[in-house]
Design a protein around this ligand. Structure first.
Ligand SMILES: Nc1nc2c(c(=O)[nH]1)N[C@H]1C(S)=C(S)[C@@H](COP(=O)(O)OP(=O)(O)OC[C@H]3O[C@@H](n4cnc5c(=O)[nH]c(N)nc54)[C@H](O)[C@@H]3O)O[C@H]1N2
Ligand SMILES: Nc1nc2c(c(=O)[nH]1)N[C@H]1C(S)=C(S)[C@@H](COP(=O)(O)OP(=O)(O)OC[C@H]3O[C@@H](n4cnc5c(=O)[nH]c(N)nc54)[C@H](O)[C@@H]3O)O[C@H]1N2
Ligand code: SF4
Ligand SMILES: [Mo]
Length: 762
């Protein structure tokens, strides 16, 4: 008999052979093509690679399951994808399989000691599986029995608010809409979503200032912009085709300002592999790099605006007074606050030289067509919402909204995270949505606020929630406070994951656990003699189809909309008032219902099959009546305070070039020159010296909040070009350090980019 193994919530902490080179000075180029093809061949082989890549991001093809960056209207016949899009596809279309035999060979405890890399590389899930209470192995279960089990557990709850229904942003509009419909008909708004950990701060800030949680610009605006500011974002890795948009801006005479504690390769130079010029020398992208200290963007933006305000007093045309007077509210308070600010303090806080500030102010002073792009470097801080409001302040002063070549550009993460929210995944109560659902479906949705990610974890930990269902994602590894989140899941009666691939959340489970394997984007969705397609919304609010092409990984897979509908049918049984079975079969009908519930989806199926369509956006097609109180709102934001002890640092937890969130594609971070190891911590050479640390020394990272110490063990020191007092390391390995109750005001996004830590030599 084998000895019973212990479960590891966190996974292994061993190190491999770290290798370093100088950080790369450009992104893409021939090496990107080579790496992409290597990944494709290794996972898919030649025929599948060709079948998928030739259809990737083409009008009637597969929407890339990578990031949410939009496709250009005119698509290249050479292919419309990037290195990391190919990795995303290869990961999904892999020929490796996780079969019932695989689960028979490996206990859950054994797999829990594997790295995320090894877990993910095991392959695609092929059968519905159940882990019964007391068992060490997952075993096969029929779809009927799996749904019956879910229905029974949901009916056993005392209150619908004991159910938690998570969504990750890779699912389709059709699946997300049915899921939200089912959850509300079930009776709760407990819909935590990956965007709670991601762009929630953007949604809150833009909602409060401009009355819409989405960005205003289109891809075409980049060609018209005089300045693009890229703040807290690493597009070379995370939205690689955005570099083509920046290149377009540059070739039309525009300028690029990067605000980032790191000098990211993708922002230095872009070698577009689709053009001869790109293969040769490439395009220099960043005109000014402001190497801000972590979480000091508000100090920096305040300083820039203060200098612009002083300049406006001397020469006119720096601010757009016509715009400000007619369309905004609150400028006096903002200008008074800027006057009060102490310049020396702002300079010291942001860590930028006087010279660079002057250069930036000079560049912005007489330019109006300004786009501000941002991502996690702004959203994942205690003041994440104010970070974004400060960006809006700058755009409003300059009159850069509602014009060609200017506006807001929150660059979304998951390929359909924006669409999921549009069609109803939302823990807040929307009276308008509830009224529409009641009109169309004849039931009264709950009017009690639901739980977001951090509060759902707390509820499970405290026994207030007992069933956890996830439509995609890897909740355990993505969320903060890994040990606490793991305990929270373990306290549930049932945990259910609708997934394409094995991940850590399948291994740290409730008393009973189910894995429901689903079709990925790349795969044919064939039902009742008909090929079906789904729809998604990109980062700029355009809705279009995605049509899978490959044979499914197994004949047992079920589509996401169908799984959701079958779950609902199993719960409601003969009492069902909604024809779930029909909705789970007929996506045209689902789209019809979406168009009856939400504005802007008229003629949905037909338009999505053609070029796609743009959803209404009153900050793009300027409509003042939809602004909050009829005006865009200026905000006075506070300066962030960290009060670090002499031996404390601020840590940002970031992505390597070889991962998609918790999916680890490979062990390298090529652009930063880091190979073969993820347990590394980047530190300024002077700080390392001060701490008596040298390259490759081993340390533990320790955070201490409210008297509780959390430790991430065994990291290798890398002296790096990063501001003093700042550190960088990869997530998910560092999520153990982030307390579950440390999150942004209002948006509740975990403070993943400003964690207070100490380094302890091992
Ligand atoms: N290949 C790939 N693509 C992805 C993903 C992936 O994991 N892999 N993830 C997807 C998802 S869900 C998302 S949300 C996006 C994430 O896209 P990004 O937000 O680009 O991802 P991060 O690695 O978190 O990088 C944040 C950047 O912000 C900088 N930064 C950190 N703190 C601060 C700060 O305080 N101020 C400023 N100014 N900068 C700061 C970091 O140096 C880093 O360059 O990418 C999406 N696309
Ligand atoms: N410390 C720290 N933590 C972070 C972040 C950070 O920057 N720092 N970033 C946060 C951000 S921005 C985000 S968005 C979250 C991400 O949180 P999640 O969205 O929960 O995590 P992912 O790693 O994207 O999920 C990967 C899993 O999704 C499943 N999957 C993939 N494709 C499909 C599909 O088509 N259908 C279904 N049903 N399942 C699929 C696979 O099983 C895969 O294992 O993480 C957050 N966590
Ligand atoms: S930029 Fe994003 S959506 Fe486009 S191909 Fe690359 S990963 Fe896919
Ligand atoms: Mo994200």
């Amino acid at each position: 008999m084998t000895k019973k193994q212990s479960i590891s919530i966190i996974g292994p902490k061993n190190l491999s052979d770290l290798r370093l080179t100088a950080p790369q000075q450009y992104a893409a180029g021939i090496s990107a093509v080579k790496v992409a093809l290597d990944h494709a061949m290794k996972e898919m082989g030649l025929t599948r690679s060709f079948a998928t890549l030739s259809k990737l991001n083409q009008q009637e093809g597969i929407d890339c399951p990578g990031c949410a960056w939009p496709d250009p209207k005119k698509r290249s016949s050479l292919g419309e994808f990037c290195e990391n899009g190919v990795k995303a596809i290869a990961e999904e279309a892999t020929t490796h399989r996780v079969t019932p035999d695989f689960f028979a060979q490996h206990t859950v405890a054994e797999m829990s000691h594997w790295t995320d890399y090894k877990i993910g590389k095991s392959g695609r899930l092929t059968h519905p599986m159940v882990l019964r209470e007391g068992s060490e192995h997952y075993e096969k279960i029929s779809w009927d029995d799996a749904f019956a089990l879910i229905g029974k557990q949901l009916r056993a709850l005392d209150d619908p608010n004991e159910g938690i229904f998570y969504t990750s942003g890779r699912s389709s509009n059709e699946a997300a809409f049915l899921y939200g419909l089912f959850i509300r008909a079930f009776g709760t708004n407990n819909m935590p979503d990956c965007s709670n950990m991601c762009h929630e701060s953007s949604g809150v800030a833009l909602g409060e200032t401009l009355g819409i949680g989405k960005g205003s610009v289109t891809l075409e605006d980049f060609g018209d912009a005089e300045v693009v500011m890229v703040i807290g974002q690493n597009p070379g890795t995370n939205h690689p085709r955005m570099l083509s948009a920046l290149e377009k801006c540059k070739s039309n005479g525009g300028k690029v300002i990067a605000i980032n504690p790191l000098e990211e390769a993708g922002l230095i130079r872009f070698k577009n592999p689709q053009e001869i010029k790109g293969i040769m020398g490439g395009t220099e992208l960043t005109d000014i790099h402001l190497q801000v200290k972590i979480n000091q963007d508000v100090a920096l933006l305040k300083l820039i605006m203060k200098r612009l305000a002083e300049r406006e007093e001397r020469e006119s045309g720096v601010f757009d007074w016509e715009f400000i007077n007619q369309k905004t509210n609150g400028v006096e308070a903002l200008l008074a606050d800027l006057k009060r600010q102490d310049e020396a303090q702002l300079l010291a806080q942001c860590g930028i030289s006087e010279e660079k500030i002057n250069e930036t102010v000079e560049l912005l002073a007489q330019r109006k067509r300004i786009i501000i792009c941002w991502a996690m470097g702004l959203t994942q801080h205690k003041n994440g919402v104010e970070n974004i409001k400060e960006c809006v302040n700058l755009l409003l002063l300059k009159g850069s909204l509602g014009i060609k070549g200017g506006g807001t550009c929150p660059v979304r993460g998951h390929s359909n995270v924006q669409g999921d929210r549009t069609v109803g995944i939302m823990h807040h109560v929307s009276p308008k949505l509830n009224a529409s659902l009641e009109r169309v479906f004849g039931f009264t949705p709950p009017d009690q606020e639901g739980l977001d990610t951090v509060h759902a974890i707390q509820a499970m930990h405290e026994g207030r929630a007992k069933v956890f269902i996830a439509l995609g994602g890897n909740f355990l590894s993505a969320a903060s406070d890994t040990a606490y989140t793991g305990e929270a899941l373990q306290r549930c009666d049932l945990t259910v994951s609708i997934s394409t691939k094995l991940n850590r959340t399948h291994l740290i489970t409730g008393k009973t656990a189910l894995i429901l394997p689903t079709l990925g984007r790349t795969e044919k969705d064939h039902k009742a003699g008909k090929d079906r397609f789904v729809t998604v919304e990109n980062s700029m609010g355009r809705v279009h189809q995605s049509h899978g092409r490959l044979a499914p990984a197994s004949d047992q897979l079920m589509s996401e909309p169908e799984i959701v509908a079958r779950m609902a049918q199993a719960y409601f049984g003969v009492d069902a008032k909604i024809s779930w079975q029909q909705l789970g079969t007929d996506y045209d009908l689902v789209r019809q219902k979406i168009s009856e519930v939400f504005d802007g989806f008229d003629n949905y199926t037909k338009r999505s099959q053609q070029a796609g369509f743009d959803l209404p956006n009153h900050t793009r097609v300027w409509d003042e009546s939809k602004l909050p109180g009829g005006k865009a709102q200026f905000t006075v934001c506070g300066l962030p305070q960290h009060d670090l002890a002499a031996d404390e640092f601020l840590l940002m937890t970031i992505r390597s070039h070889d991962q998609f969130n918790t999916t680890i594609y490979g062990m390298d971070d090529r652009y930063r020159g880091i190979y073969n190891e993820r347990r590394v911590v980047l530190i300024n050479a002077k700080d390392a010296e001060m701490m008596g640390l040298e390259k490759f020394d081993k340390v533990d990272l320790v955070s201490r909040y409210d008297g509780i110490e959390r430790k991430a063990e065994n990291f290798l020191i890398i002296p790096y070009n990063i501001p003093r007092g700042n550190l960088a390391a990869y997530f998910p390995e560092t999520n153990v350090l982030i307390p579950h109750d440390q999150y942004a005001d209002k948006s509740h996004t975990p403070i993943s980019k400003s964690v207070r830590v100490k380094l302890i030599r091992r």
